[in-house]
Ligand binder design. Structure first.
Ligand SMILES: NC(=O)c1ccc[n+]([C@@H]2O[C@H](COP(=O)([O-])OP(=O)(O)OC[C@H]3O[C@@H](n4cnc5c(N)ncnc54)[C@H](O)[C@@H]3O)[C@@H](O)[C@H]2O)c1
Length: 887
C-alpha cells in the first residue's frame, strides 16, 4: 500500500506524533493508502517554514515574470503527473475517471495562466491620475504587494482543483502557503507537492499538511504569523473560520455553500435545458457547491420537462468510478451518504413528490461503495428545507414559476448566492434575468463552466471575495499607497504648518502659468492665428447681453473670419450651472472645436466650464471638483472686457449653484485658458462704475495673494507690480474710459493679479464676496472692494510685512512706521483709492440687508477661500464683526 508524508519546508516528513490515517476508496470501501496525519506541532512547523520563506524574499522578492517562469516549470511537473493524479483522484474521492483525467492538464493550465496574468496584466504599480493636490503636491501611486503567509483549507469534492487553485493564486502573487487538504482526500495535493519539489520551488513556499480540520483549524486560523486564509467548504465552517481569524485580523476569502437556481424559461431549447439541468445537478454526484439544485421551470413547459428529466436521470449509469461506462460514481463517504438519505426523507415528509431515485445503489462487485441514485423531487415549494439547505448529493428540486419576475424572486429567496443558470433562446431576456439574480456567477445556456480569467465567488452566505482573474489575484495582495511629497521641507507642508504652527505661512515656489497672453492695441487681429495655433477651425463665441450691446461681439466675429461658427450670448452675471449646460449643448450642435469667450469673469468662467463638458460629456455639475482632470480640455481663447477678474489666466471657474445658493468651483490647471487677448479696444467702453468695481476685484486678488499662507516669491512680485499699476492707472481708466494707455495697463495688472492668486490663493475678503455676491446678487468686485480694507486690518498682525509692502506699492511713505502701522496705512490707502474712483464704501449702499449679516458670516466661513487667509479664521463672530464694520 502506498504511504504519503507531510510536505513541510521542501521535505516530506512524518507527523511529529507519528500518527497516520487511512485513505479509503469510496467506490469499493478498500483502504488505498496510509497518510501522515498532521497535528498542531506540524501546523506550527509549516507556518514557521512559510513565514521564513516569505520573509527571506527568495520567492516574494522575485519579479512577477521571473516567478511566472518558475511556475511554468512547476506546471510542467504537474502535467507530467497527469495519469497518476487522475487515478489517485478517482480512487481517493470517487470522481469518475472521465473527469479526473483532465485535472493534470487543468491544474497545470491554471498555474500557467495565473502566472501569466500576474506577470503581464496585473497592475502591480499604478500612478493615481489627477491634476495634483495644491495643498500637498507630490506623486501618489499604489503598489500591490504580496500579502504574506497564506493558509488554504480545502474540501474533499475536487481535491486537485482546490489544491491547484489555492496554491496557484498564492504563489504567482509572491506569497507562501500552508495547504490543508481534506483528510478524506489528501493524496493528490501531496502529489502536487512532489511536482513543486521537482520544479525547485524554494523550501517553505508550498507546504501541505493533511489532517483533521477540527484539530488544525484553530492553529491555522489564529496563528499570528498567518496573514491570509482562503477557505473553500461549508458556510458553517466558513463562518467559524472568519470568527477565529478575526482575533488577529487576517484577510479572509471564503468560497462556501450554495443552493443555486437553474431557471428554465418557456422558450428554452428543451433538449439542451434538460441536459443542462441533469449536468447542473448530477455532475460529480451533486457534490459541487455551485450545483443548480433548484431547477425552476416555467409552468407552460413544466410537465413535459419533468417527464424528460425523469427519463434522462434514469439513463445515468451509477457505478464504480474507474469504469469507462460510469456516469455517476460513489459519494465520498458513508457519512455523506447518510446525510443525503436523511434529506431525501425530509423531502418526502415535507410533501414533495419523489419522481425518481431516493435510494441507494449497490453495483455488482462494489456493494460496499457509497452509491446513491440520481433523485428528482417535483412540486417542491421554495420554503421547504430541501429547497433551502445544501444537500451535497445527487438530489434535485423542481419548482414551478409563471413569470420571469417570479423566477427571479424564487431564485433570490435563498441565504446563498453562489451561482445559477438561465436557459432560453432569447439572450436579451436571459441576460435581464441573470442581472437580477443575486449570485456571483450566472451561466446562460450552460452550467459548471470555469475560466482562469473569470472571477468566481459568492454573494450573501456563499462567500467573501473571488478566485481567478484580476479580482482573484488581487485577493492575494495588499494595496500600499505611497505619497511622495513634492518638497521635503516643513515650510512647504501646508497641513503641518497650518494646523500646528502659529505662523501658518508657506515658503515654497510652485508656479505654473500656461496661458499665452497677447496684449496691446490691435491684438484682436491675432485671433485667427490663435485659433489655428490650437489646431482648431470652428470657434463658438461665448458672451453676455451687455458685451453684445457694447458692440464687442461683432468686432470679435469679424476678427474670427471663417472660423466663426456661432455665438452663445445668454450668460447672466454670476453665471449658473444650467447656463453652462445650455452653452455646451449649443457648442455641440454647432460642432465647435474651440471656445472664444468675450466678457468679464462671468463669461470667462462659464466658458472654462463649457470646455470641460464639451470635452468629457455629461453635465457640468459632474465636474464641480478640485484637481480631478488629467488632460487638456477643449481649447479656450479668452478676451476679457472688464478691468479685473484675471480669470483669463487662472485655474478656477466660479459658477453659481442656484439649488444650493452657493458659488461652487472647478479648480484645476487643465481649465486655464490657452490664450488671452488683451486688446484695449475691448475695455474702452466699460462704464466707470464697472471699471472701478472690477479694478477692485483685481486689487483684492493682489492683496490677498500677497498675504495668503501659500504666498510665494513669483506671485509676490506679480501682485506688487499689479498694485503699482492699479494705483497709477485705475483712476485714469475710471476718469476717462477712452484712455488707451490706462486701459491696457489695468488689463495687464488684472492679469498679473490673476497669475498671483492662481498659485497663492485668496482669503477672507473673497469668502465674503462669494457669499454676498450669491445671496444678495451683489457685484463680486464691488463687495471685494468694500470688505478688503476691513480684512486687511483684521490680518494686520499676521501679515504685517506683506501689508507694509502693499502700502509702499500704493504710494504710502512708510519710513519710520512699524510693520503693524504700515499695514494699517495700507488699508487706509485702499480706502483712499476707492474714494478716488468713487467706489461704494459700505454694504448698506449696495443694498445688502442688515439682518442678513449673521447668516452671511456663517456662509462665508464655509467658503474654501478662508483656508488660506493670513490670520486663521474659525470664529463666526470675527466674520460677523467685519461684516458689521463694512455695513
Ligand atoms: N475665475 C476667476 O479667476 C475669477 C476671478 C475673479 C472673479 N471671478 C468671477 O467673475 C464674476 C465677476 O466677473 P466681472 O467682474 O468681470 O463681471 P461680469 O462678467 O459679471 O460682468 C459684469 C457686467 O459688465 C458687463 N460688461 C462686461 N464688459 C463690458 C464692456 N466692455 N462694456 C460694457 N459692459 C461690459 C457685462 O455685460 C455684465 O453685465 C464673478 O462671478 C466672480 O466670482 C472669477
Amino acid at each position: 500500500m502506498d504511504s504519503y508524508k507531510l510536505f513541510i519546508n521542501g521535505e516530506f516528513v512524518d507527523a511529529r506524533s507519528g500518527d497516520t490515517f487511512e485513505s479509503v476508496d469510496p467506490g469499493s470501501g478498500a483502504v488505498i493508502a496510509q497518510v501522515a496525519k498532521a497535528g498542531t506541532a506540524d501546523a506550527e512547523d509549516a507556518i514557521g517554514a512559510a513565514r521564513r520563506a516569505f520573509d527571506q524574499g527568495e520567492w516574494s522578492g522575485l519579479a512577477p515574470d521571473v516567478r511566472a517562469r518558475r511556475c511554468y516549470e512547476f506546471a510542467d511537473q504537474v502535467a507530467a503527473q497527469t495519469l497518476r493524479l487522475a487515478l489517485m483522484e478517482s480512487m481517493d474521492s470517487g470522481q469518475v475517471i472521465g473527469l479526473s483525467k483532465f485535472w493534470g492538464m487543468l491544474a497545470s493550465g491554471t498555474l500557467r495562466n495565473l502566472g501569466y496574468h500576474a506577470a503581464t496584466k496585473f497592475p502591480w504599480e499604478e500612478e493615481i491620475p489627477f491634476s495634483g493636490n495644491f495643498l500637498a503636491p507630490g506623486r501618489e501611486y499604489i503598489r500591490r504587494e504580496p500579502i504574506g503567509v497564506c493558509v488554504g483549507i480545502i474540501p474533499w469534492n475536487f481535491p486537485i482543483a482546490m489544491a491547484s487553485w489555492k496554491i496557484a493564486h498564492a504563489i504567482v502573487m509572491g506569497n507562501t502557503i500552508v495547504l490543508k487538504p481534506a483528510s478524506l482526500t489528501s493524496i493528490t495535493a501531496l502529489i502536487m507537492a512532489e511536482a513543486a519539489q521537482a520544479a525547485g520551488i524554494p523550501p517553505g513556499v508550498i507546504n501541505v499538511i493533511p489532517g483533521s480540520g477540527a484539530e488544525l483549524g484553530e492553529t491555522l486560523c489564529t496563528h499570528p504569523d498567518v496573514d491570509k486564509i482562503a477557505f473553500t467548504g461549508s458556510t458553517v465552517v466558513g463562518s467559524d473560520i472568519m470568527r477565529m481569524a478575526s482575533g488577529t485580523v487576517k484577510k479572509v476569502t471564503l468560497e462556501l455553500g450554495g443552493k443555486s437556481a437553474n431557471i428554465i424559461l418557456d422558450d428554452a431549447d428543451m433538449e439542451l435545458a434538460v441536459e443542462g439541468a441533469i449536468f447542473g445537478t448530477f455532475f460529480h454526484q451533486g457534490q459541487v457547491c455551485e450545483s443548480g439544485t433548484r431547477v425552476l421551470v416555467s409552468g407552460t413547459i413544466y410537465d413535459e420537462f419533468v417527464e424528460r428529466m425523469h427519463k434522462r436521470a434514469d439513463q445515468l449509469q451509477v457505478g464504480y468510478q474507474l469504469l469507462p461506462t460510469t456516469h455517476q460514481g460513489p459519494l465520498v463517504s458513508a457519512g455523506q451518504l447518510a446525510t443525503v438519505e436523511g434529506y431525501v426523507q425530509v423531502g418526502i415528509d415535507e410533501g414533495a413528490e419523489l419522481v425518481t431515485g431516493g435510494r441507494r445503489v449497490r453495483p455488482e462487485g462494489f456493494e460496499e461503495g457509497y452509491y446513491y441514485a440520481p433523485t428528482i423531487f417535483a412540486n417542491v415549494r421554495n420554503d421547504m428545507r430541501i429547497a433551502q439547505e445544501e444537500i451535497f448529493g445527487p438530489v434535485v428540486c423542481l419548482e414551478r414559476f409563471d413569470t420571469d419576475e417570479e423566477a427571479v424572486a424564487i431564485a433570490n429567496d435563498s441565504m446563498y448566492g453562489l451561482a445559477g443558470g438561465v436557459f432560453s433562446n432569447n439572450n436579451a431576456r436571459a441576460e435581464r434575468i441573470a442581472r437580477q439574480v443575486r449570485t456571483g456567477t450566472m451561466w446562460i445556456n450552460n452550467f459548471h463552466i470555469f475560466g482562469d480569467f473569470a472571477p468566481f465567488g459568492g454573494y450573501k452566505q456563499s462567500g467573501v471575495g473571488r478566485e481567478f482573474g484580476g479580482s482573484g489575484l488581487e485577493e492575494y495582495t495588499q494595496v500600499k499607497r505611497i505619497h511622495l511629497s513634492g518638497a521635503a521641507s516643513l515650510k512647504a507642508n501646508f497641513q503641518m504648518v497650518n494646523i500646528f504652527s502659529d505662523d501658518p505661512r508657506m515658503d515654497a515656489l510652485q508656479y505654473k502659468a500656461p496661458t499665452n497672453v497677447i496684449a496691446g492695441h490691435g491684438t484682436l487681429a491675432g485671433l485667427p492665428q490663435a485659433v489655428v495655433g490650437l489646431g482648431c477651425h470652428r470657434a463658438m463665441i461665448m458672451t453676455d447681453a451687455g458685451v453684445t450691446q457694447a458692440g464687442l461681439v461683432t468686432l470679435v466675429q469679424n476678427a474670427l473670419c471663417d472660423f466663426y461658427v456661432g455665438v452663445f450670448d445668454d450668460i447672466p452675471s454670476d453665471s449658473d450651472l444650467a447656463t453652462v449646460d445650455a452653452a455646451t449643448a449649443k457648442a455641440r450642435a454647432l460642432g465647435a472645436d474651440c471656445i472664444v469667450s468675450v466678457g468679464g469673469g462671468s463669461v470667462i468662467d462659464t466658458a472654462k466650464a463649457v470646455c470641460v463638458t464639451l470635452k468629457n460629456g455629461g453635465e457640468v455639475n459632474d465636474y464641480m471638483a478640485y484637481m480631478r482632470l488629467t488632460e487638456p480640455q477643449t481649447p479656450h481663447i479668452a478676451i476679457p472686457t472688464t478691468a479685473g477678474t484675471g480669470s483669463e489666466v487662472t485655474n478656477v471657474a466660479v459658477i453659481h449653484n442656484t439649488r444650493l445658493d452657493r458659488k461652487v468651483y472647478i479648480v484645476d490647471p487643465n481649465i486655464i485658458p490657452n490664450v488671452a487677448i488683451l486688446d484695449p479696444r475691448m475695455t474702452m467702453g466699460l462704464p466707470a462704475r464697472l471699471t472701478a468695481a472690477t479694478g477692485m476685484d483685481a486689487i483684492t486678488h493682489a492683496v490677498e495673494a500677497l498675504t495668503s499662507t501659500l504666498a510665494e516669491t513669483v506671485c509676490d512680485g506679480q501682485a506688487l507690480h499689479a498694485l503699482r499699476l492699479m494705483k497709477e492707472f485705475l483712476p485714469r481708466a475710471v476718469a476717462n474710459g477712452e484712455d488707451e494707455q490706462a486701459r491696457i495697463k489695468v488689463s495687464v495688472a488684472a492679469c498679473m493679479a490673476g497669475w498671483a492668486f492662481s498659485t497663492s490663493q485668496v482669503g477672507l475678503a473673497h469668502s465674503m464676496a462669494h457669499t454676498i455676491g450669491t445671496l444678495h446678487h451683489a457685484h463680486h468686485g464691488t463687495v471685494c472692494g468694500i470688505v478688503l480694507p476691513k480684512v486687511m486690518r483684521f490680518n494686520a498682525d499676521h501679515a504685517a510685512d506683506k501689508l507694509a509692502m502693499v502700502a509702499q506699492a500704493l504710494g504710502v511713505d512708510i519710513t519710520g512706521l512699524s510693520d503693524h502701522d504700515a499695514a494699517l496705512a495700507a488699508a487706509d490707502a485702499v480706502e483712499a483709492l476707492m474714494r478716488e474712483i468713487k467706489h461704494p464704501m459700505t454694504l448698506r449702499e449696495i443694498g445688502v440687508p442688515e439682518d442678513a449679516l449673521e447668516a452671511d458670516a456663517l456662509h462665508a466661513l464655509a467658503d474654501t477661500a478662508t483656508l488660506f487667509n493670513a490670520r486663521p479664521v474659525s470664529d463666526p463672530a470675527d466674520v460677523l464683526g467685519l461684516l458689521r464694520e463694512a455695513f
